[in-house]
Design a protein around this ligand. Structure first.
Ligand code: ADP
Ligand code: MG
Length: 354
């Protein structure tokens, strides 16, 4: 997707933040870090694992091109740094440790998320049990809520940009990739075309105002992918994907959802709605009973789902973990369960419930 609103004078995307505290060092990267291998890459960045020589600490070095398609993009890199700095106290956002400048790149030295992308768990033959999925979604919502409290919208939330601090045992989430993030209110209405077609909300495709609700659509897509292993809107080509998104053409058939609880479906249905104003906020989502059903279970060691065959692999049931780090919850699970309105029939226990 490439259509962006440009600043008429500079030709740059409008509303970029420019205030940063982190100095951009020109000291040669190799003298400070040992670069050990590639962790991932996107359109304009490559991310490599690196070890700080003085401390032995591992970081992720994100190499961002200063020039892209013949255009100076330094201000966009500075913007990404500024957003990361604004999110410094947000425990669900990856931390910015330092920045370096080389001939072609600005290199952001980021907190290392050793567990990889949650995308791997969407395409794996073995999908995560719902108890783990709800924990990851709660943490994602917490991070998104904190961003929204600062008037920041991420606009590129997708399973590739939600990382894990560890793999075994499954760690906590860290949100990365703030290249498309924007500060709401900085330049009046935001109507840029951004993001990745599969994960982007209908208002983005329709060039309608972007709000915090735009991120909540993406959370719905992520939840769908984690529970089913399928991408809800992807079509055979871009055109078909756009059409699926703008018509909210979602498959809730039993074939995809046979091992998924009714509450999970209810949660996803509440987020994948066309009108942004009809989507719950991140804080409201946190009160959805799906997110709490398994951690309120009296028997936390019982398996929650039987193993079964599915079209794209096997779903397995691992024992749910401890009811996690409660201090990070927005409020207590009990108060949430009372506040969220959900369909009566959805409150009945699904196959996967405890
Ligand atoms: P882009 O803007 O090009 O999409 P990202 O910031 O999303 O770049 O990084 C690309 C990929 O690199 C991610 O999807 C992830 O796999 C990996 N990655 C990014 N940041 C980290 C990190 N802090 N720790 C570990 N891996 C990372
Ligand atoms: Mg990315």
């Amino acid at each position: 997707m490439s259509r962006r609103r440009l600043d008429s004078r500079s030709g740059l995307p409008a509303g970029l933040l420019s205030d940063i505290q982190t100095p951009i060092s020109t000291e040669p990267l190799e003298s400070v870090y040992e670069i050990t291998g590639e962790l991932g890459r996107g359109k304009f960045a490559v991310v490599k694992r690196c070890v700080e020589k003085s401390s032995g600490k591992v970081f992720a070095a994100k190499f961002l091109r200063k020039r892209r398609r013949g255009r100076d993009c330094r201000s966009e890199v500075i913007h990404e740094m500024a957003v990361l700095e604004m999110s410094h106290n947000n425990n669900r956002v990856v931390n910015l440790h330092a920045a370096h400048e080389t001939d072609h790149d600005i290199v952001l030295i980021l907190e290392y998320a050793a567990g990889g992308e949650i995308f791997d768990h969407c395409v794996s033959d073995e999908l995560l049990p719902e108890a783990q999925i709800t924990r990851l979604i709660r943490q994602t919502l917490e991070g998104v809520h904190n961003l929204h409290q600062s008037n920041l919208v991420h606009l590129d939330l997708k399973p590739q940009n939600i990382l894990l601090t560890g793999l075994s045992p499954l760690g906590d989430i860290k949100i990365v990739d703030f290249g498309l993030a924007r500060r709401l209110g900085a330049v009046g209405e935001l109507r840029e075309i951004l993001g990745t077609p599969e994960y982007v909300a209908p208002e983005v495709l329709n060039y309608e105002p972007i709000t915090t609700a735009t991120d909540l659509w993406s959370v719905g897509v992520i939840a769908y992918m984690l529970v089913t292993g399928e991408s809800p809107f992807v079509g055979d080509d871009k055109q078909e994907t756009y059409l699926n998104v703008s018509q909210v053409n979602v498959d809730y058939s039993r074939e995809n959802f046979s091992m998924v609880s009714e509450l999970a479906v209810d949660f996803i249905r509440k987020l994948l709605v066309k009108a942004p104003e009809d989507r719950p906020s991140a804080a409201e989502c946190m009160s959805h009973p799906w997110l709490w059903q398994l951690c309120l279970s009296p028997d936390l060691t019982a398996p929650t789902r039987p193993v079964r065959e599915r079209s794209c692999g096997i779903k397995w049931a691992a024992p749910p973990e401890d009811p996690e780090d409660k201090e990070n919850f927005l409020e207590s699970p009990h108060s949430h369960a009372k506040r969220f309105r959900f369909d009566e029939e959805s409150s009945t226990r699904g196959e996967g419930d405890c």
